[in-house]
Design a protein around this ligand. Structure first.
Ligand code: ACM
Ligand code: ZN
Length: 531
C-alpha cells in the first residue's frame, strides 16, 4: 500500500519500477516552469531543476485540454520505468501532483536515490474549500511557525488558511490608521492557565504580546500564494471585541476603559452597532484588510454575541427601532449585512459564523458552521436549501483544541455532519475545515500535537470522495508517512488513538460554557420565531 494522504481518486499500480537519482532532476515549460520555481525553495532537498526536458527524470506539463477531466486543482501522475510525468490543466494541479510525488519519496533513502513503483494516478479534490483555522489572538506564534503551518497545509493539499487575528485577548494585525489596535490591543498582562470553570481559573502574570506588521502580512500572503493557499483573515466582531475596545473604548456601548482580557470565556464586550463612528472605524479596518489580503473572502465573525450592552444602549436601541428589528440580537445580522455589502463593494465575499444566520442575512454571505448543538445544524441545513454557501467546521469533528480523546481522529475522518447535507444542496457546500483555538496551546510543539494527525484526516475529508475513505486504511497511510512528515519539521504529532484523560475533563468544562451560550441562542431564536 502506498502512503498518500489525502487518498487519490484513482491509483493503478503497474509492473516495474523507476529508479530516481539524487537529487532528482525535474523540468517543465511555460507555466509549469513557474510551478517548479515556486517549488524549488520548499523542495530543494529532493529536486534539482533542469533547463531542458530531455535531461530530466520528472516532467511537468500544463495541458489546458484536461480541464474537464481534472478541473482546476486535479492532476495525472504517471510513473514509468523511465520517468515521472505530471500533467494538469492548471498550475495548482501540477503543484498537487508534486505533493503526491513528494509523499512517495521517503527521505531516509535520499543518498542512494529513490525507487518508485510504476503507477498511474488520476486525482482531483471533492471540495473547493479545504481549510485550517489558526487562532493567533489567544496565543501569538509568529512568522516562522505560520510558514511551517503553511508548508504542512500544502503537503496535505489544503488550500485555505483561515487566520483568526482579533479577539477578546489580542489584536494581531497592524492597522495603519489605528496604531493603538496593536500597541494597546496587541498586549495583555497575563494568561489564564486552567480550565474555563470560573472557580479554577489560575492566572500566569507573564505578559503576552505580538502582532504582524503589514510588511510581515504581505510576506506571509506571498508565501501562502506560492503554495496555492488563500488566506481568509478574520476580524471577529461585534462580540469578541475587547482588544479593540481596550485600544479605543469609545467604539463600545459603555465607552468604559478596559483591559485586553487575560481570561478565557465569553464576555459582554461588544462593538456599538448603533454608533456611526464605530461603523466608520470598521469600514476603515476592512479597507486595510481588503488591501492586505488579496483573496476573495474576509471573515467578519458574528459568533457568541452577548446583547446586554446593546439592550442598555440608546444608540443601539434607536438603530433597532429604525430598522424594525424584532429583537436586539437582530443587530448582529444588521452589522454583518452592512459590513458585508461594504466588502462586496470591494469585490470581497463576507464569511460569518453560523450564529449570525437569520432570515434577513444577505444570501451572498458564506456561512461557517461550527456549533455543537443539533438545533443549529438544522438551521444550517435550511440555509443550504435556501441557497447560502456553507463551510463546515463542525465542533465534534473539527475542534483540535479539545482533547484527542474528546474529539477523536475517527470522528474527524468520519465527518458525520456532512450527512445532514440535503440532496440537491451539495453545490452549496463550499467545503470543510479544521480549527485550532489556542487558549491552552502556547507553543508550537503543543500546536503540532493538537493538530496532527487530525488535520490530515480533515484534509482527506476535503479532498477524497466519501465512498473512497476508509479509516483503517487512513491510519496505515499516516503510519507510512511518519518519517516523511518529520522532514517538514512536523516532529510532534499525537500518536494514533491518543488518549489524554486530564484534557478530557478540561474539554468537558470548556464545552459546558459553550453549551450554556448555545442555549441562550436557541432561546433568542425561539423569541424571533414566536413574534
Ligand atoms: C467559535 O468557536 N466561537 C467560532
Ligand atoms: Zn451601542
Amino acid at each position: 500500500m502506498l502512503a498518500i494522504i489525502p487518498k487519490p481518486e484513482k491509483l493503478t499500480i503497474l509492473p516495474g519500477e523507476l529508479h530516481l537519482a539524487n537529487p532528482i532532476t525535474i523540468s517543465g515549460d511555460g507555466e509549469a516552469k513557474q510551478v517548479l520555481v515556486q517549488f524549488a525553495s520548499s523542495l530543494e532537498q529532493f529536486f534539482a531543476l533542469k533547463p531542458t526536458s530531455q535531461e530530466a527524470q520528472v516532467l511537468l506539463e500544463i495541458r489546458e485540454d484536461m480541464q474537464e477531466e481534472v478541473g482546476c486543482e486535479g492532476y495525472l501522475l504517471d510513473i514509468s520505468s523511465e520517468k515521472v510525468t505530471i500533467r494538469a490543466a492548471q498550475p495548482a494541479g501540477l503543484f498537487y501532483g508534486m505533493q503526491t510525488l513528494r509523499q512517495l519519496l521517503a527521505p531516509e533513502i535520499q543518498v542512494s536515490g529513490y525507487s518508485l513503483p510504476c503507477l498511474s494516478i488520476r486525482d482531483k479534490p471533492r471540495f473547493k474549500w479545504r481549510g485550517f483555522m489558526l487562532d493567533e489572538a489567544r496565543h501569538f506564534f509568529g512568522i516562522q511557525t505560520v510558514k511551517r503551518v503553511l508548508d504542512w497545509l500544502a503537503y496535505f493539499k489544503i488550500n485555505t488558511f483561515h487566520w483568526h487575528l482579533t479577539d477578546y485577548q489580542g489584536w494581531r494585525v497592524e492597522i495603519a490608521k489605528y496604531n493603538l489596535l496593536t500597541e494597546v490591543g496587541g498586549r495583555r498582562a497575563g494568561s489564564q492557565t486552567r480550565s474555563f470553570s470560573k472557580q479554577f481559573r489560575g492566572m500566569d502574570l507573564t505578559p503576552h504580546a505580538g502582532w504582524y506588521s503589514q510588511d510581515e502580512i504581505r510576506e506571509i500572503v506571498a508565501y501562502a500564494a506560492q503554495r496555492y493557499i488563500t488566506i481568509v483573515p478574520e476580524l471577529d466582531l461585534p462580540g469578541h471585541f475587547s482588544a479593540a475596545l481596550a485600544a479605543y473604548p469609545h467604539l463600545g456601548c459603555t465607552k468604559e476603559e478596559m483591559e485586553v482580557r487575560m481570561e478565557w470565556g465569553i464576555f459582554n464586550d461588544v462593538a456599538c452597532v448603533g454608533s456611526q463612528e464605530t461603523r466608520e472605524f470598521l469600514y476603515d479596518v476592512l479597507d486595510e484588510f481588503s488591501n492586505l489580503f488579496p483573496g476573495p473572502y474576509i471573515h467578519l465573525g458574528g459568533d457568541e454575541v452577548r446583547t446586554d450592552h446593546w439592550r442598555d444602549c440608546p444608540e443601539c436601541q434607536r438603530v433597532k427601532g429604525e430598522n424594525g428589528l424584532k429583537t436586539i440580537s437582530g443587530l448582529n445580522s444588521l452589522i454583518m449585512n452592512d459590513l458585508g455589502s461594504f466588502l462586496q463593494g470591494k469585490g470581497k465575499t463576507p464569511v460569518v459564523w453560523n450564529e449570525a444566520l437569520s432570515p434577513s442575512l444577505d444570501k451572498r454571505t458564506v456561512i461557517m458552521h461550527w456549533t455543537p448543538v443539533p438545533f443549529s445544524l438544522l438551521k444550517t441545513k435550511r440555509a443550504l436549501q435556501d441557497g447560502y454557501q456553507v463551510v463546515f467546521q463542525t465542533f465534534w469533528e473539527s475542534y483540535f483544541d479539545y482533547a484527542h480523546s474528546f474529539i477523536p481522529l475517527k470522528n474527524v475522518h468520519r465527518a458525520k455532519s456532512l450527512d445532514q447535507v440535503p440532496r440537491g444542496a451539495w453545490d452549496n457546500v463550499l467545503g470543510v475545515q479544521g480549527a485550532l483555538w489556542t487558549e491552552f496551546v502556547a507553543d508550537e510543539a503543543r500546536l503540532q500535537w493538537n493538530v496532527f494527525p487530525r488535520l490530515a484526516a480533515k484534509a482527506e475529508v476535503g479532498w477524497s470522495q466519501s465512498g473512497d475513505r476508509s479509516y483503517v486504511d487512513f491510519k496505515d497511510r499516516w503510519g507510512g508517512l511518519r518519517s516523511n512528515i518529520e522532514s517538514l519539521g512536523l516532529a510532534n504529532p499525537a500518536p494514533l488513538e491518543a488518549s489524554d484523560p486530564s484534557s478530557y475533563r478540561r474539554s468537558l468544562a470548556l464545552l459546558h460554557d459553550v453549551i450554556v451560550d448555545m442555549q441562550a441562542e436557541q432561546h433568542r431564536w425561539n423569541l424571533v420565531k414566536s413574534k
